[in-house]
Ligand binder design. Structure first.
Ligand SMILES: *Cc1c(COP(=O)(O)O)cnc(C)c1O
Length: 319
């Protein structure tokens, strides 16, 4: 795969910066030309480990339009691994339907689940039958190490003068691994940058706890006491819940489009809205938005996809 295209660029978003605060973007939408985004960094080690274990198939879990499931489908296929996924409900958008179809186009077996516990029970049965398990969002310790490496990559770019040290890094918090890996990696690199995690998933407490606990686990003891000062979490952009669009998010999508960035309503729109608010507040000199959505065109991934989802899958995308 597994060779993501690193380092991903950092860019200053001049038209969205103010006299006091510069807005920057870390272009992890460009981690891979087939399918980018943050999941590419987490999956490299996870899929390698699956291969090393001798597995021929992997199983995972996610919303019906999950980027994690699609990324697993794309890169699993490249490695010759069969991919199955237990799918959960989420609000319907054209992006969700397209993502689910692209999964089918990669040959992923999508199996509708009626609840998280139903999905977990069935996943355990598939694992017992020999499939290698991948956690939701790829946010195990091993997957998250990919995001630790991403923080080191940023530190190297700062040292090389590609951008000044940001005061604040803004990123969505879904299953927690991205926030955890970045906080841990920035601490290891002795950067002062604080992380603002925008909680977009539910239950909020569960994933926030997971992010904090994983970050603690990833650094050595000396760094642990300082970690909580490095991480701030904000739930106020969640709106109606996971996958529900918000008015601030819609505005953020338009403003991002104006500088050539493509956002989704579930994750990146909410985090970008927060980044724009921080620029407007003007308390930081440099704010870095960590882009986590793939900007690779979905067209090639839809070539072998069915035109529509089967009714049981379609029913998981709630209108
Ligand atoms: C999965 C995902 C996230 C959240 O990352 P976690 O590591 O699960 O917290 C953010 N943005 C996008 C676009 C994603 O697909």
């Amino acid at each position: 795969m597994s060779n993501g295209h690193y380092p991903t660029p950092v860019e200053r978003l001049e038209p969205l910066s103010s006299a006091t605060t510069s807005l920057w973007v870390k272009r992890d939408d460009l981690t891979h030309p087939l399918y980018g985004g943050n999941k590419v960094r987490k999956l490299a080690a996870l899929l390698e480990e699956a291969k090393r274990s001798g597995a021929t198939r992997v199983v995972t879990i996610g919303g019906v339009g999950s980027h994690h499931v699609l990324a697993t489908g794309v890169f699993g296929k490249l490695l010759g691994l069969a991919v199955e996924a237990l799918c959960l409900r989420q609000p319907c958008t054209p992006h969700v339907l397209e993502t689910a179809r692209a999964c089918l186009g990669q040959g992923v077996r999508l199996q509708p689940a009626s609840s998280y516990s139903d999905a977990a029970r069935r996943m355990a049965a598939i694992v017992a039958a020999g499939a290698y398990p991948l956690p939701a969002g790829g946010s195990s310790r091993l997957g998250t190490l990919g995001m630790v490496a991403a923080a080191h990559e940023l530190a190297e770019q700062i040292r090389a003068g590609a951008m000044p040290e940001p005061d604040l890094l803004v990123v969505p918090l879904g299953s927690g691994g991205t926030v955890a890996g970045l906080v841990a990696g920035l601490a290891q690199c002795r950067l002062r940058t604080r992380v603002l995690g925008i909680t977009v998933s539910e239950p909020q407490r569960l994933f926030e706890h997971k992010a904090r606990a994983l970050a603690q686990e990833l650094v050595d003891e000396r760094l642990r006491p300082g970690l909580s000062r490095r991480l701030e979490l904000d739930r106020s952009y969640l709106g109606g819940g996971y996958g529900h669009a918000t008015p601030e998010g819609e505005r953020a999508v338009h403003r991002a489009a104006g500088v050539g960035l493509l956002l989704d309503q579930t994750y990146t729109a909410k985090a970008f809205a927060a980044a724009l608010d921080r620029v407007a507040r003007g308390k930081e000199r440099h704010v870095l938005f960590w882009h986590t959505l793939s900007s690779a065109p979905l067209g090639p991934l839809l070539v072998a996809a069915p035109a529509e989802l089967d009714p049981p899958l379609r029913a998981l995308a709630i209108d």
